[in-house]
Design a protein around this ligand. Structure first.
Ligand SMILES: Cc1cc2nc3c(=O)[nH]c(=O)nc-3n(C[C@H](O)[C@H](O)[C@H](O)COP(=O)(O)OP(=O)(O)OC[C@H]3O[C@@H](n4cnc5c(N)ncnc54)[C@H](O)[C@@H]3O)c2cc1C
Length: 409
């Protein structure tokens, strides 16, 4: 088989360790569980700093106050079979030569390691950004955004003059990718509804979306961008493109052209990069610090380590481009890693990873959205309902996958 390599040369694999219980890592843990019935000698360990998995794609709703933070936390004890050993601890480094994961709870040895530690916000070394902006990368982050917005609206209502009131009641979102668009849309729809509870007129709160490039949702079809722009405009979001942030100062975002963007709350959604831990690890890394892998998703020069999700730099052979950091990609990569770990246990050939693009959906506000699926662009209520349905189905599937047998399909 052209796309296969014999697993038998890869060495022993009785201890499988998965680092990270996000989209990719949890998927592998759930998928492998049933297979291990035939391999009582194999120990499967999942390591994460939290004892819950986070449905990150739903965070803009938490930040916009329409979903409780607890609703997007899925407790691992509810979904993992007893066969999986879960260790809640912070991973602090790697002992590659000794094949050990270094953690606050002590070293954890691996025969096979799967790296799925996700990503973190990329501040692009813009001065002041990390200190002066909020991010939306965990349920706790998203809760903080909603709290900060509520506090800013209360302060706006108590402001001495209209200019100060306007400034405090403005939320500035940096980064016009999918996360920034979802967040801006959600807030623009919700703020007028909650304004009176803070003693403000419905028209007082404002949302600004700041994008460095010439368009929001870069890389999407012009039709999708047009539909999203129209919905944002209808919701009252002020979209500024070609507006690169040079610094985050006490006064607000200073753009490269010198303009100052003032506001009461600043949220950064300008992109992601690999976790710091990977930077100092000796693992081979590419753009944004993502770990380079071969076609089987094994780290280059480290065939005993797999990497998947945001952390992995996976090139789509059909386009020559590195796949974007998306949950959809993380889940598909997780599926390939689960199959390849299973293949190794059975001495079968490994599978090369192939990405099957299911399309792109962005919710814009609490009722509408935009979608590009199979070359067809749609916008409005159906796209929003579809995103809702996908997120609901994901949460169900995580619970349903417990003990499900991937080979017996
Ligand atoms: C606000 C927002 C909205 C998004 N919306 C969408 C969307 O609609 N559709 C889509 O396809 N994608 C979306 N994405 C992208 C998607 O969430 C990511 O691509 C996906 O989460 C990547 O999965 P992962 O398994 O690589 O990492 P994650 O899901 O981030 O999981 C990483 C795990 O590793 C753990 N971890 C990390 N470091 C350590 C450490 N040192 N010690 C212990 N544990 C550690 C974390 O706790 C976490 O559980 C969105 C992202 C954001 C931020």
């Amino acid at each position: 088989m052209e796309d296969a390599v014999s697993a038998s040369s890869a060495g022993g694999s009785s201890q499988i360790v998965i680092a990270g219980a996000g989209y990719a890592g949890l998927h592998v843990a759930l998928r492998l569980t049933a297979r291990l019935r035939d391999h009582p000698d194999v120990e499967l360990t999942l390591v994460d700093r939290h004892d819950y998995h986070q449905a990150i794609t739903e965070l803009p709703r938490v930040a916009g106050g329409t979903r409780a933070a607890d609703a997007v936390r899925i407790h691992l004890q509810d979904v993992l079979a007893t066969r999986v050993r879960f260790v809640q601890t912070e991973i602090t480094g790697f002992d590659l030569a000794g094949r050990r994961l270094l953690t606050r709870a002590g070293p954890i040895g691996w025969g096979r390691l799967m790296l799925a530690l996700g990503s973190r916000p990329n501040d692009f070394a813009i001065p002041g950004l990390a200190e002066r902006t909020l991010s939306v990368y965990s349920a706790t982050d998203a809760e903080r955004v909603w709290e900060a917005v509520s506090e800013a609206l209360t302060a706006a209502a108590a402001a001495a003059d209209p200019a100060q009131e306007r400034r405090l009641a403005t939320v500035v979102v940096g980064g016009g990718g999918a996360t920034g668009v979802e967040l801006a849309g959600e807030l623009a729809e919700m703020l007028p509804k909650v304004a009176s509870g803070h003693g403000l007129a419905a028209g007082r709160p404002a949302v600004q979306l700041i994008e460095a490039g010439p368009a929001i949702l870069a890389g999407s079809s012009p039709q999708l961008i047009d539909k999203a722009t129209r919905i944002l405009s209808d919701l009252g979001v002020q979209v500024r493109t070609n507006a690169a942030v040079a610094a985050a100062t006490e006064e607000g975002f200073r753009l490269t052209d010198g303009q100052l963007i003032e506001g009461g709350v600043f949220v950064w959604a300008g992109g992601v990069k690999a976790p710091e831990l990977v930077a100092g690890s000796q693992l081979p890394t590419g753009h944004n610090g993502r770990v380079k892998v071969d076609r089987y998703l094994r780290v280059l020069d480290h065939p005993e380590i797999y990497a998947a999700g945001d952390l992995a730099s996976v090139t789509d052979p059909r386009t020559g481009h590195v796949l974007p950091p998306l949950a959809q990609v993380a889940l598909e990569e997780g599926e390939t890693v689960a199959r390849n770990l299973d293949a190794e246990l059975r001495g079968r050939p490994l599978e090369a990873f192939t990405f099957h693009d299911k399309g792109f959906i962005v919710s814009v506000g609490t009722r509408r959205g935009v979608a590009d699926i199979a070359g067809i662009t749609t916008g409005g209520r159906p796209a929003h309902l579809l995103k809702d349905a996908i997120e609901w189905e994901y949460r169900q599937s995580v619970r349903h996958l417990r003990g499900w047998d991937p080979v017996a399909r």
